[in-house]
Design a protein around this ligand. Structure first.
Ligand code: IPM
Ligand code: MN
Length: 368
């Protein structure tokens, strides 16, 4: 029997409620697929910070780094100044545990929940690979003449060849493996004749960010040409990418991009797939502790009412099992989520699902 130790951070706001449902579904899958999941809860987030004045003790980072996977609810508390918990917990864990990939699948499960006219699940099925350790998020920069009329604020985008290349390599590899060798539906006959079966789009801004994205572009073509001949290389500026997410989402297979562009386009991606109620992501260190989370925040106004949609957290659990190598169990969870989404749910939005948070968890667990 395969056994996994999982760290659980419920966190703030609705985080603990949705994590309860994710665990309910994971346990049902574990039973069915004969797995043992051992959970260790960690008390992190706004309440702990307000109590102890410490966001994340060094010793806890070290402990978390020993788990193969971490399941995270949400970080963000109305009583704590914005930035402290986000940087002090979420970004710190992403950086120190070298979770250099932020993987965000954008998949529409039911056409009813797509805000785009005439788009169906056939049109919306792509993955964004967001670089998760560099770019504008490292905290590099500073003030000069702070508080004066001459004040200068500098925020530096850090792009290392190593950091960019490992991210691009992950994205190519994912594109190659994603459909088990089945060709991506967006290829032209000429692409197929040239031996391509997948596409990777580099999303950048080569026309303005002529240092950072020059490096990205060179690394992209060098890695792709040498090691991934079956993956078609495509490029889109980030502004055009947002336009096409709305107009032609079927043009995308796998997208790779830097930290900030990835942050922005994946919120749009989440809306296109039906909203924050369903969008999940993984902070991946392919060789270490990886952390899975619903993309939405702590939703203070819905906390404790049993109205928040737990499907995003359940999907985060599914991504976690997939990462751990338990693909059949992960697939079963996804199928159950699709079934419930199509057959039982009125809306993916908080308070409008036609069920409580816990009933959604029950429905998915029962559909496994
Ligand atoms: C996300 C969030 C975080 C980010 C914030 C909370 C720091 O928006 O996971 O996308 O910017 O990465
Ligand atoms: Mn974000």
């Amino acid at each position: 029997m395969n056994s996994y130790n999982i760290a659980v951070i419920g966190g703030d706001g609705t985080g603990p409620e949705v994590i309860d449902e994710a665990i309910k579904v994971l346990n049902a899958a574990a039973q069915k697929f004969n797995l043992k999941l051992n959970y260790t809860p960690y008390d992190l987030g706004g309440r702990r910070y307000l109590r102890t004045n410490e966001a994340l003790p060094d010793s806890v980072v070290a402990e978390l780094g020993k788990f193969p996977a971490i399941l995270l609810g949400a970080i963000g508390h109305p009583g704590v100044k914005p930035g402290i918990l986000e940087k002090g917990i979420l970004l710190r864990l992403r950086f120190e545990l070298e979770q250099y990939i932020n993987l965000r699948p954008v998949k529409l499960y039911d056409a009813r929940f797509c805000p785009l006219k005439d788009k169906t699940p056939d049109d919306i099925d792509f993955v964004v690979v967001r670089e998760n350790n560099e770019g504008l998020y490292t905290g590099s920069g500073g003030f000069v003449f702070k508080g004066t009329a001459h004040e200068i604020a500098i925020q530096e985008s850090v792009n290392t060849r190593r950091g960019v290349e490992r991210c691009i390599r992950f994205a190519f590899d994912l594109a190659r493996r994603r459909r088990n060798g089945q060709p991506w539906r967006g290829l032209t006959p000429a692409d197929t004749a040239a031996g391509k079966h997948a596409q990777l789009t580099l999303c950048g801004k080569t026309n303005v960010l002529t240092y950072a994205f020059d490096l990205w572009e060179r690394a992209f073509h060098a890695v792709g040409e040498k090691d991934f001949p079956t993956v078609k290389r495509d490029y889109a500026h980030v502004d055009a990418t947002t336009m096409w997410f709305v107009k032609n989402p079927e043009w995308f297979d796998v997208i790779v991009t830097d930290n900030m562009f990835g942050d922005i386009i994946t919120d749009l991606g989440a809306m296109v797939q039906g909203g924050m109620g369903i969008a999940a992501g993984g902070n991946i260190n392919p060789h270490g502790a990886s952390m899975f989370e619903p993309i939405g925040g702590s939703a203070p106004k819905y906390t404790g009412q049993g109205v928040i949609n737990p499907l995003a957290a359940i999907c985060a659990g599914q991504m976690m099992l997939d990462f751990l190598g338990e693909t059949p169990a992960a697939r079963a969870i996804e199928s159950a989520v699709i079934k419930i989404t199509r057959e039982k749910i009125k809306s993916l939005a908080a308070g409008k699902m036609g069920h409580t948070t816990s009933q959604i968890g029950d429905l998915v667990a029962a559909a496994l």
